[in-house]
Design a protein around this ligand. Sequence first.
Ligand code: AMP
Length: 302
Amino acid sequence: MAHDEDRERTNEVERPLRVALPNKGRLSEDALELFEKAGLKAQFRAERALMASLGDRFQAIFVRAQDVPEIVADGAAELGITGNDLVAESGASVPELLDLGFGRCRLVVAVPDESPVTKPADLPSGTRVATSFPHLTSTHFRDLGIPIRIAPLTGAAEIAPHLGVADAIVDLVSTGSTLRVHRLREVGTILTSSARLVGNPQAYGAPALRPRMEGLVDALESVLRAERKRYLMANVPRDRLDEVREVLPGISGPTIVDVQDRGTWVAAHAVVDEERVYDTIQSLKALGAEGILVTRIERLMP
Ligand code: AMP
């Protein structure tokens, strides 16, 4: 008996942790790309497989983005990636472990262009609101003290006002072009969203599983951090080093390396924010730098 329990515990520790990923769309592609950059490229056994291995320690299971919160809350997967709009709508208790930054959008209230409404609170009682986010929508209007009627749709809410089935909509907006095409005007934001890594709370609390879950958070975070940084190298005159240090702060100051046979020159290396690269190069050139090289960084763990 004790032996069986031991074996069960060992299996629990050794089996790959399941990560629920969206099975289609942008969120799915971006999630798989992120795993690949973290050294966990998905290996599919067959085309359109419902599962894939992500290295030896994780296994992807592909489900609808809407189902990810429930699947992680149930423990059918220890981890999951989906938009926090869907997490909030589901009401599932799945702690957020990391904001992945992609899939940015906003859940907004919109009305036809010709409507006099300028903010959600202007909508009269009894307004019919079409949405595939009934939970977040009813909570929002309940908080405003406005009783509304919800027309639940699974998508394409933007056509509902033109079909006469709703007076307003609550839908996701990214660039805003879908609203414009349908002659709808945004009057308020309910939530801003992006893709999140979420975890099952019991699994995250289990000493046998938590280190691996945290390891995945670290790996994905290192990729996200690196994407916003560049590694910059330049040969600089040794007598301008103090000024170079001011221009190249790096993570803990630049790395200074001797350049062989050029006693008056040193090589300075540093990690630089992507948006500072242009100015930094101009400043280094002004200090007489040569051989400037900028490269991408795959992963960064300070
Ligand atoms: P846009 O025209 O760029 O504002 O995109 C709006 C359309 O794309 C709407 O139909 C939204 O439901 C959908 N959409 C935009 N961003 C997202 C997202 N991050 N996740 C899911 N659907 C989105």
